[in-house]
Design a binder for this molecule. Structure first.
Ligand SMILES: C[C@@]1(CC(=O)O)c2cc3[nH]c(cc4nc(cc5[nH]c(cc(n2)[C@H]1CCC(=O)O)[C@@](C)(CC(=O)O)[C@@H]5CCC(=O)O)C(CC(=O)O)=C4CCC(=O)O)c(CCC(=O)O)c3CC(=O)O
Ligand SMILES: NC(=O)C1=CN([C@@H]2O[C@H](COP(=O)(O)OP(=O)(O)OC[C@H]3O[C@@H](n4cnc5c(N)ncnc54)[C@H](O)[C@@H]3O)[C@@H](O)[C@H]2O)C=CC1
Length: 273
């Protein structure tokens, strides 16, 4: 695979909780922006004349009144940017879009303009989300539709257990930090090494089945003794419904069919006697 230096962008997971995001425009693209930003728990301000709102934007505004402040008016000027941490334009007016980009840049507020890639501080991407798992596919402005097609390929490669697995690993890490608190130092190194070993040794499906009791046992027997117990050692029982999601649905009916066939044979055999 080719690896290039330069010409790329920084892929980061921007923490926007309780930050303020201004969206200028209320059409199709604005509705996608609102959808993405709502996930982050930021406060959203939408500025657009009401007759330009698309149905999805209107629904978001009505359903999330505590998160979205809506102003039914055309963009009023520099004062709209006051206190904003991020600005997004989704307008059918490229001159206005360009002017908002310039104002934002002067105010040192990161800005994305849906219609002017050259003026963007960052781009959106195609997203896969499963609980805490977030995957962004970016073509760096070359082919947005291609990003969507690559996303579909990646979705097919995931089993569906990843989100639940990561949620459980997050809980385990949090409990480990309560048990062995502190940042950095020898303890930090030991914590990281142990977490890495657990993640490597266990199957994702096993990690996904961790409950409170198992987590306790894993920490008591594992962390305290500097070893990695197996799934079975901490009381894990294979839950067939959560294993091999792809082939299991076929197994139940097959067993049922074979059992049914056997019963029929027995009845037939009994009648013949
Ligand atoms: C640069 C960027 C800026 C930004 O928006 O941040 C940008 C810019 C532009 N997009 C345009 C068109 C289309 N955009 C899409 C779709 C998406 N566009 C997204 C991102 C980005 N679009 C950023 C780069 C991301 C990257 O390169 O990876 C996605 C991934 C995420 C999202 O928007 O949230 C989302 C898919 C999400 C999903 O489905 O998963 C489709 C397809 C469709 O709608 O199905 C089309 C038509 C087909 C096509 O052109 O490919 C045009 C008009 C071009 C023209 O006039 O010809 C411009 C402006 C220009 O290029 O000049
Ligand atoms: N980045 C991307 O993924 C994509 C970008 N685009 C581009 O994004 C732009 C927006 O596309 P759509 O949402 O489909 O357009 P749209 O026509 O559905 O929405 C335009 C919105 O701008 C609002 N508006 C117009 N003048 C305004 C003003 N003075 N102040 C406040 N709001 C104002 C309208 O009320 C309307 O809500 C277009 O320029 C399009 O070329 C289009 C598709 C994908």
């Amino acid at each position: 695979m080719a690896h290039t230096v330069g010409g790329g962008s920084l892929l980061i997971a921007w923490q926007l909780k309780d930050k303020r995001v201004l969206i200028v425009g209320g059409g199709e693209v604005a509705s996608q922006r609102i959808d993405s930003i709502l996930t982050t728990d930021a406060h959203i301000t939408v500025v657009s004349p009401h007759d330009g709102l698309n149905p999805r934007t209107r629904r978001f505004i009505n359903e999330h009144t505590h998160r979205i402040a809506y102003h039914d008016r055309p963009f009023a000027g520099l004062e709209e940017l006051q206190g904003m941490d991020m600005v997004l334009t989704a307008l059918d007016d490229v001159e206005l879009s360009r002017s908002i980009c310039n104002m934002s840049r002067n105010a040192r507020i990161p800005v994305n303009a849906a219609d002017i890639p050259d003026s963007c501080d960052f781009y959106f991407g195609s997203q896969i989300r499963d609980g805490p798992l977030q995957i962004m596919i970016s073509t760096n402005g070359n082919g947005p539709r291609m990003a969507n097609l690559v996303k579909k390929k990646l979705q097919n490669a995931l089993s569906g257990v990843e989100g639940q697995t990561i949620t459980k690993v997050g809980e385990l890490r949090a409990q480990l930090k309560i048990r062995a608190p502190g940042v950095g130092g020898e303890l930090g190194k030991k914590r990281m090494k142990w977490m890495t070993s657990v993640c490597n040794a266990w199957e994702m499906e096993e990690l996904a089945l961790l409950d409170d009791m198992m987590m306790h046992k894993l920490l008591d027997d594992g962390w305290e003794n500097d070893r990695v117990p197996t799934f079975a050692e901490v009381g894990g029982k294979a839950n067939p419904r959560s294993f091999n999601i792809t082939w299991f649905p076929a197994v139940g009916p097959t067993i049922g069919f074979v059992a049914g066939a056997l019963c029929t044979l027995l009845v037939v055999a009994a009648r013949r006697r």
